[in-house]
Design a protein around this ligand. Structure first.
Ligand SMILES: NC(=O)c1ccc[n+]([C@@H]2O[C@H](COP(=O)([O-])OP(=O)(O)OC[C@H]3O[C@@H](n4cnc5c(N)ncnc54)[C@H](OP(=O)(O)O)[C@@H]3O)[C@@H](O)[C@H]2O)c1
Length: 295
């Protein structure tokens, strides 16, 4: 393998959690209560259960009062929205997250819109998405921004420095959860941004132009080494489960890591790259939401 710097997401996430822990302790001392997070899990989707378990465990260690609310798979949309309304009214709750995906009988858009935008720690409410899109020339630090995209930005800045102005960035994927918000964050950081997707013609050529590549497609190893410009910084958001040679399954990203590391200047591994940052940014958002509500 070449000399690409491996971007250590676990270390970056630990540093961010430690920062949140110190600031959450100060918040608790000022207000007599910890920043409060409620994570709603509907049904028993195995991957979702694993994610929410990590979120709740990590919260406690960072001084955030994180609690899991489990609701039955067959809950109706109105009943779920009523639970959210009760959390919106609860002054001990500063952040609310509804774990996606939701069962088919529930309209996810309506549920996300039912969350008080001030408590929307996933940053998916249309008001917060709109505020992010409207940000120009820097970002209001009080804004609740989607966690995985924010994690990508923190890793980029740790690698390339605070000032990303003028960098040519390619975002591969245009979902509301990752692709679009990360593109908006790069734009707010004054990068020149291209967003590619399944209808993009000649993805490889688009990639080769970029100094920064953010891959969020959900296709194992799709971005090949020869798609990259030498020295590029590669942030791999993909989490794909594939069968390993030993018959056991393992997680890989959207980038063919070994060959990409021969060409890139720096690259995130999977696992251990963006993944740990997502939960750390959720705790950070809970602290931001709590401060916005009380200070
Ligand atoms: N690390 C984390 O914490 C974290 C958090 C969230 C997601 N993820 C992972 O990130 C990946 C993306 O997640 P997502 O929610 O954004 O996925 P998504 O909603 O399925 O969106 C995938 C995007 O990739 C594009 N795409 C799919 N196949 C393509 C192809 N062959 N060529 C070009 N573009 C293609 C799609 O284009 P169209 O719009 O044209 O269909 C779409 O915009 C997944 O692996 C997911 O597990 C990780």
């Amino acid at each position: 393998m070449s000399g690409a710097r491996i971007i250590d997401g676990r270390a970056a996430a630990a540093a961010l959690r430690a920062e949140v822990r110190d600031e959450a302790a100060a918040f608790t001392a000022r207000h007599g209560m910890a920043p409060g997070l409620r994570v709603i899990l509907v049904g028993d989707h195995p991957a979702s259960r694993a994610y929410v378990g990590t979120k709740a465990r990590t919260a406690a260690a960072a001084g955030v009062d994180g609690r899991l609310i489990e609701l039955p798979e067959d809950i109706g949309e109105a009943a779920l929205i009523e639970r959210i309304a009760a959390l919106n009214r609860d002054p001990a709750v500063h952040g609310i997250l509804v774990q996606l995906p939701l069962p088919a009988q529930i309209d996810g858009g309506r549920v996300l819109e039912a969350i008080d935008p001030a408590k929307d720690v996933d940053g998916f409410h249309p008001l917060n998405a709109g505020r992010l899109s409207a940000a120009s020339g820097g970002l209001d630090p009080r804004l609740l921004v989607p966690c995985t995209p924010m994690g990508c930005m923190i890793l980029l800045r740790r690698t390339l420095g605070e000032d990303l102005a003028g960098r040519r960035a390619l975002v591969l994927g245009r979902s509301n959860i990752v692709g679009k918000p990360v593109a908006m964050l790069l734009l707010a950081a004054h990068c020149t941004v291209t967003i590619a997707h399944s209808r993009t013609v000649d993805l490889a050529a688009e990639c080769r132009r970029a100094e920064i590549v953010i891959a969020a497609v959900g296709r194992a190893g799709m971005v090949r080494g020869d798609w990259l410009r030498p020295g590029a910084t590669v942030i791999d958001v993909g989490i794909n489960r594939v069968a390993g040679a030993d018959g056991k399954s393992r997680l890989v990203g959207d980038v063919a890591f070994e060959e990409a590391a021969e060409v890139a200047g720096a690259i995130t591994p999977v696992p251990g790259g963006v993944g740990p940052m997502t939960v750390a940014c959720l705790l950070r958002n809970t602290l931001i939401a709590a401060r916005n509500q009380l200070e």
